[in-house]
Design a protein around this ligand. Structure first.
Ligand SMILES: Cc1cc2nc3c(=O)[nH]c(=O)nc-3n(C[C@H](O)[C@H](O)[C@H](O)COP(=O)(O)OP(=O)(O)OC[C@H]3O[C@@H](n4cnc5c(N)ncnc54)[C@H](O)[C@@H]3O)c2cc1C
Length: 358
């Protein structure tokens, strides 16, 4: 069978790999240039990665499963085969300060009935030296979904501008790519835009995971980003540096929001419940920093990452009804994870590859 995949984030790369392993011919359409974009979605800006590897190229290496139980088996299958093994963040990539604040977080968590644990990452800890420049990982220690794409895949450089219900794709330069089946993996905005353009779906809301940084008065010391987490009720707190905090040690508060707004106009409200969760997370982060004996200088943000959910109400079993089209990316997640989504997206890709390859 010949399958066309549009988009090469984690969802597209994994589905391409699995389909080739199952003996199918795969054409993968992706813009050639990697870049990190800020998309203005109203009160917030959301970060999106373009090009081979998609947003995961800029990830912090976190690879955890925050999806529904029915996809846990699929996630396990992914972790058995992924090119960079997933493991818990070890002590040696955390700075002394980060370890101290983790201890303080554990005290606060115990008082409040919350939980602190190390994060799981697809990082080669034999190569990682904890420099903290995870965004562009100078050691090549962080997993990059593009390494999963087999040589045999026909990589078509370009951007899809339209698709039809039979799965025929037209590119910006007018070229046409067709196959027996089409998998869209162009991300929360890209896949929705293509299906909406084809008249296969209407406008929809979407989610983002909003975050702020609580800035301490201590200097940031080299340390892996997001090496541990404090899990609250509707929010997570992680150590994470931001360029907006002039080299200070920070705690990031990340929350889940609801599916709302409009993909077509790239607008979504900052909901009252989201603001409440951010405020609660900030109060906990401040308590942690003070417990560690640090002062608090202020808060940077909010911004957002992890857009998704834009096609969840349209697909059935990750397939667009009455079309020769499946979707394998964050757009089919049915709620905001408020936490790293790549594990969930890879589990979706595993399921999509089984369904498409049948
Ligand atoms: C700075 C940063 C740090 C992050 N850290 C983490 C982390 O540590 N752990 C985690 O789990 N998540 C993290 N995320 C989120 C994660 O990267 C995304 O949720 C994930 O990449 C989404 O995957 P996706 O497959 O849905 O699509 P995307 O990664 O968005 O990829 C979409 C792909 O489709 C392509 N595309 C779009 N439109 C078209 C078109 N018309 N034609 C052809 N191709 C098209 C794009 O170029 C891209 O290749 C982070 C994100 C950012 C920005």
């Amino acid at each position: 069978m010949r399958v066309t995949v549009v988009g090469a984030g984690p969802g597209g790369c994994w589905v391409a790999r699995r389909l080739v392993e199952a003996g199918h011919e795969v054409s993968l359409v992706v813009p050639p240039e990697r870049r990190l974009e800020r998309v203005d979605v109203g009160p917030l800006e959301v970060l999106v990665g373009e090009g081979p590897g998609g947003g995961a190229v800029y990830s912090m290496g976190n690879l955890e499963f925050h999806g529904p139980g029915r996809l846990e088996g699929a996630f396990r299958s992914v972790t058995e085969d992924i090119s960079t093994p997933v493991s818990e963040t070890p002590d040696w990539v955390l700075s002394g300060l980060d370890l101290e604040v983790e201890g303080a977080a554990a005290e606060v968590a115990e008082r409040r009935g919350l939980r602190v644990s190390r994060t799981f990452k697809a990082v080669d800890f034999g190569s990682c030296d904890g420099c903290g420049r995870c965004l562009e990982c100078p050691r090549g220690a962080k997993w990059d979904p593009w390494v999963e794409v087999p040589e045999r895949v026909d990589v078509v450089e370009g951007r899809a501008v339209s698709v039809d219900p039979d799965g025929v794709v037209v590119l910006e330069d007018g070229d046409v790519v067709g196959g027996d089946r089409l998998v869209l993996a162009a991300g929360a905005f890209g896949s929705h835009d293509l299906l909406r353009g084809a008249g296969l779906v209407g406008d929809s809301g979407f989610f983002v995971d909003p975050y702020v940084h609580v800035v301490s008065d201590a200097r940031w010391e080299p340390s892996i980003q997001m090496g541990w987490k404090l899990v609250g009720d509707g929010f997570n707190v992680y150590p994470h540096a931001t360029s907006g905090a002039r080299g200070r040690y920070c705690l990031m508060v990340k929350v889940a929001d609801g599916v709302s707004g409009s993909v077509a106009s790239r607008r979504k409200p900052l909901e009252g419940e989201t603001v409440r969760r951010i405020a609660e997370g900030v109060a906990v982060a401040v308590e942690v920093l003070r417990e560690a004996g640090l002062g608090v200088e202020g808060v940077v943000g909010p911004a957002a990452a992890h857009p998704g959910g834009s096609l969840a109400s349209f697909v059935e079993g990750f397939r667009v009804p009455s079309a020769n089209v499946w979707v394998s990316d964050s757009s089919v997640l049915d709620r905001a994870p408020g936490a790293p989504p790549i594990g969930w997206i890879l589990a979706v890709a595993e399921e999509v590859s089984r369904a498409v390859g049948r």
